[in-house]
Design a binder for this molecule. Structure first.
Ligand SMILES: Cc1cc2nc3c(=O)[nH]c(=O)nc-3n(C[C@H](O)[C@H](O)[C@H](O)COP(=O)(O)OP(=O)(O)OC[C@H]3O[C@@H](n4cnc5c(N)ncnc54)[C@H](O)[C@@H]3O)c2cc1C
Length: 481
């Protein structure tokens, strides 16, 4: 380990490790400080690889296969014997995927010449030209390192709420919900956001009766209303009991059960569960990250204050990912990491915050990019929309996936595409077409004039664009053009 680097990254999550690799590619001598110990081993990859995106998707995939094998094969004429799930094996598979990926990141850092310093990083002083960073190894040894540039990438942790204290056995956060040894018979979930819906879906598919409590009056308020409505209908049909406008006021463990008290428009209700998952959001994590004289400004909400290019109030110090404003998403963190490094290198890199995609990996997936119809109206656009149901899409039907819809939102005056929204099979991938179209400032007509392969689910994007002008072919539209 050296005592001086060009660039030190604190945090080895997707934001931090990508920044470190990019910095090494650009010729900076680089260290990445990461303190995480996962299942007894030091681990890179942050929340995303260890307890977030990847393990949740591994469980979503296993549980989907289980459910599909039990309920969907018969109509294809495929019969199976009794189908069983071995939860221990499913968790083992998840763990091995995580291990492979985190080891891969360690290999990438090493291969690029980045020093991974295993322990805590604290920015002692970021004001001068030589920044001071304290590195505290896991054995407690402290070293002061100097760097010309520092990138803060310490990420986030789950928000705990006093009414439902986590005990890691009966009341758990998202990390605990990735480790249930068996599907709880009765499972409560606080929060119908992305994580609540994904983890609730995993355990429902494996046999849990799931109730999801949401304090907000609207389901998926962040999504376009039509998509949220359709998604809510589909998820409820699958058996997720989603209760909006329902505030959990108390959750306590009594004789090995979780007793949950809720307030529904002034009415008190009590329900009992075997496990309760609390996923009400995440907060930026800056514990031990900043020394008393770091000079860094935090916002009221405890985020590190940055400008559009992720520069903090101090020259040469950047902050990225979940630690700063904007959606808490791995791909946003990654892009910010690369932008910060390239800015330090003197380039004009930029993140387009208007085209950051949101995906909820339920089945079917829910995804969107750009403005919803309401957001577009609130911004003063005269809006036109077009939508197309997957129940009329040949490929979706052939796959047994004829549920959901695609919606385009556009500026009626200029025809410019403003947003693409979808609930349906493959939404998380298909929505990238919208992202590319938005980046290239496409019009709805552009989408109408392109030839989409048949039969594909993507054809529904074409039809939704045609429908914006009353021209969808596989739907009856009164307006003719
Ligand atoms: C269950 C779940 C599912 C998710 N699914 C998705 C998804 O599908 N798609 C998506 O885009 N996002 C998803 N997310 C969110 C995603 O994981 C985060 O947005 C992303 O990991 C943020 O990256 P980051 O680099 O900013 O921070 P993190 O990934 O949190 O990494 C920060 C790292 O910094 C380390 N650290 C903190 N302080 C210090 C310090 N002082 N010294 C040294 N190291 C430190 C931490 O140990 C941590 O490993 C999910 C999250 C959860 C919990």
């Amino acid at each position: 380990m050296k005592n001086s680097y060009d660039l030190v990254v604190i945090g080895g999550g997707p934001g931090g490790y990508e920044a470190a690799i990019r910095a090494a590619q650009l010729g900076f001598s680089t260290a990445c400080i990461e303190k995480r110990i996962h299942k007894g081993e030091p681990a890179l990859g942050g929340t995303c690889l260890n307890v977030g995106c990847i393990p949740s998707k591994a469980l979503l995939d296993s549980s989907h296969r289980y459910e599909a094998t039990r309920h969907e094969l018969a109509e294809h004429g495929i019969s199976t014997g009794e189908v069983a799930i071995d939860v221990a094996k499913m968790l083992e598979r998840k763990d091995s995927i995580v291990k492979g990926l985190t080891a891969g990141v360690a290999g990438l850092l090493k291969g690029n010449g980045v020093d991974w310093l295993q322990g805590w990083g604290t920015l002692l002083d970021g004001k001068g030209a030589e920044k001071q960073v304290k590195f505290t190894a896991h054995d407690g040894t402290e070293t002061t390192i100097t760097a010309k540039y520092v990138i803060l990438a310490a990420g986030s942790v789950p928000i705990n709420i006093p009414v439902a204290p986590i005990d890691d056995e009966y009341i758990v956060d998202s990390t605990g919900a990735l480790e249930f040894k068996e599907a709880p018979k009765r499972l409560g979930v606080i929060g119908a956001g992305v994580i609540g819906l994904e983890l609730g879906s995993v355990w429902r598919r494996l046999g849990s009766e799931v109730v999801v409590y949401e304090a907000m009056p609207e389901f998926l308020a962040a999504a376009d209303k039509d998509i949220a409505k359709e998604a809510g209908k589909l998820l409820k049909k699958q058996g997720l009991d989603i209760r909006v406008d329902t505030k959990v006021t108390k959750a306590e463990v009594v004789n090995g059960e979780v007793v949950v008290t809720t307030d529904v428009k002034g009415e008190t209700k009590v329900e009992v569960f075997d496990k309760l998952i609390v996923c009400v959001g995440r907060r930026a994590y800056s514990e031990k990250l900043l020394g008393e004289n770091s000079g860094i400004t935090l916002t009221e909400r405890g985020l590190v204050e940055v400008d559009e290019q992720c520069k903090t109030n101090l020259d040469g110090v950047y902050a990225i990912g979940d630690l700063v404003r904007g959606p808490m998403l791995a791909h946003k963190a990654m892009e910010e990491g690369m932008m910060a490094v390239e800015r330090i290198h003197g380039e004009k890199a930029q993140v387009n915050y208007d085209t950051i995609i949101s995906v909820i990996y339920t089945h079917p997936e829910i995804a969107w990019v750009g403005l919803s119809e309401q957001q577009a109206k609130d911004k003063g656009y005269e809006v036109k929309t077009g939508s197309f149901s997957l129940s009329a899409n040949g490929r979706a039907l052939a796959q047994g996936e004829g549920q959901g819809l695609i919606k385009v939102v556009a500026d009626a005056k200029t025809d410019r595409l403003l947003g693409l929204h979808m609930v349906g099979v493959g939404a998380g991938d298909i929505v990238h077409q919208g992202m590319i179209a938005l980046e290239f400032v496409s019009s709805v007509e552009d989408l109408q004039l392109m030839t989409f392969a048949h039969p594909t689910v993507s054809e529904a994007v074409h039809e939704a664009a045609l429908s914006a002008d009353g021209r969808a072919i596989h739907a009856i539209q009164r307006k003719k053009r």
